[in-house]
Design a protein around this ligand. Structure first.
Ligand code: GYE
Length: 351
């Protein structure tokens, strides 16, 4: 970016020099950003976690459609297949290619200090998106935009508490299919559940990672069902795990839903996820919005204009339930509306 800024400044000076007739050597102000040969194209290197879930696919699409050629960008997209070492390699490649901006959707929170320092030394701004990084100094990145994962978990747990009271459920025998261990989305959602278990005297029977995938979600649910015959709630930390868990529960001859044996809770509210919420297969789906492309672009536009974007920004998110048993939940004195899923809600979903 610095290089580009200098080039722009230089061209302004030269134009002024030409206008005032001072001369000043032609053909010098032709260098552009990111080694793209003089155009105003902004080069963005995006290190994406992988393609583990429908949420992730929607997130990749949002980034690709925002940072398109037509919008004036060159996007270098790297899929790290859920491996941090691949993300580190991708970032080093972006630095070598002298991109204008690096965007990182980190798989886990820790382990980024060295490579982010390398980007900083190369004067390339790094924007973190979706999950957070846990680094020794916040100076190692320029801005972050994503979800408040702990709040998502708190919304889900407060809803369960209110729903159980409304339905006169005597016991909550819950299992937790966690996300990728060490990812902010897992850390926040698990932490909220652990606290609610403690506060409400729920029985947490088992807790294991399903890696945010459908296949692993199914496998983990199968084994949990074999070990515990009294599960009445499963807290899946994303929609794809919920799809896998539903398959496992049904294959074991049990019924999901409000009139069945097990309530399935989920996060993400993908179109497929809220479709299952309408039918009751998923009883509650807490929103996690993946459409971050335009949000990251806004940050880049501010930086291009030499403005300072917010260091950290949370996205507003809703709560989507099957049925209308609970209409709101309250967390730290703030009320959050619970929306009953209808066909219209599903039609309005873009992902
Ligand atoms: O919930 C899950 C995805 O980090 C918010 O990652 C994201 C999570 C999302 O694989 O579906």
């Amino acid at each position: 970016m610095k290089k580009k800024f200098l080039a722009k400044a230089l061209s302004v000076v030269m134009a002024a020099a030409l206008l005032t007739g001072c001369g000043g050597g032609k053909d010098k102000a032709t260098s552009g950003s990111g080694g793209d040969g003089g155009s105003d194209v902004i080069t963005v290197g995006f290190s994406q976690v992988g393609a583990e879930s429908d949420w992730r696919t929607a997130n990749s699409e949002s980034m690709k459609s925002t940072f398109s050629e037509a919008n004036g960008y060159k996007l270098i997209f790297d899929d790290a297949q859920q491996k941090q070492e691949n993300q580190i390699t991708a970032i080093r490649n972006f630095i070598q290619q002298e991109v204008d901006y690096i965007v990182l959707a980190p798989v886990t929170e820790t382990g980024w200090d060295t490579v982010l320092q390398e980007a900083k030394s190369a004067d390339i701004p790094v924007i973190i998106v979706d999950r957070m990084v846990d680094v020794s100094s916040d100076d190692l990145y320029t801005a972050w935009v994503g979800s408040n994962f702990k709040l998502e978990g708190q919304k889900a747990c407060e809803w369960l508490k209110a729903y159980a009271a409304a339905k006169g459920m005597k016991e909550i025998n819950i299992v937790d299919i966690q996300g990728t261990i060490g990812a902010s989305a897992q850390i926040g959602r698990t932490e909220a559940l652990d606290e609610a278990v403690e506060a409400n005297g729920w029985n947490l029977l088992a807790q294991q990672t399903g890696e945010f995938t459908q296949a692993k979600g199914q496998e983990v649910m199968e084994s949990m069902l074999k070990q515990h015959d009294n599960i009445n709630v499963v807290y899946c930390e994303n929609d794809n795990e919920a799809f896998g868990a539903i398959d496992a529960i049904e294959a074991a001859g049990k019924k999901v839903g409000p009139d069945g044996d097990i309530l399935v809770m989920s996060f993400d509210t993908t179109k497929a996820g809220i479709t299952d919420t309408l039918s009751g297969k998923i009883i509650l789906n807490t929103e996690c919005n993946p459409l971050h492309g335009p949000r990251v672009e806004e940050i880049i536009k501010k930086l291009e204009n030499n403005e300072t974007p917010d260091k950290q920004a949370y996205v507003d998110e809703g709560i989507f339930a099957h049925g209308a048993d609970v209409d709101k939940v309250t967390i730290d004195d703030t009320d959050y509306t619970v929306t009953e899923v209808t066909e219209d809600v599903i039609d309005g979903r873009a992902y």
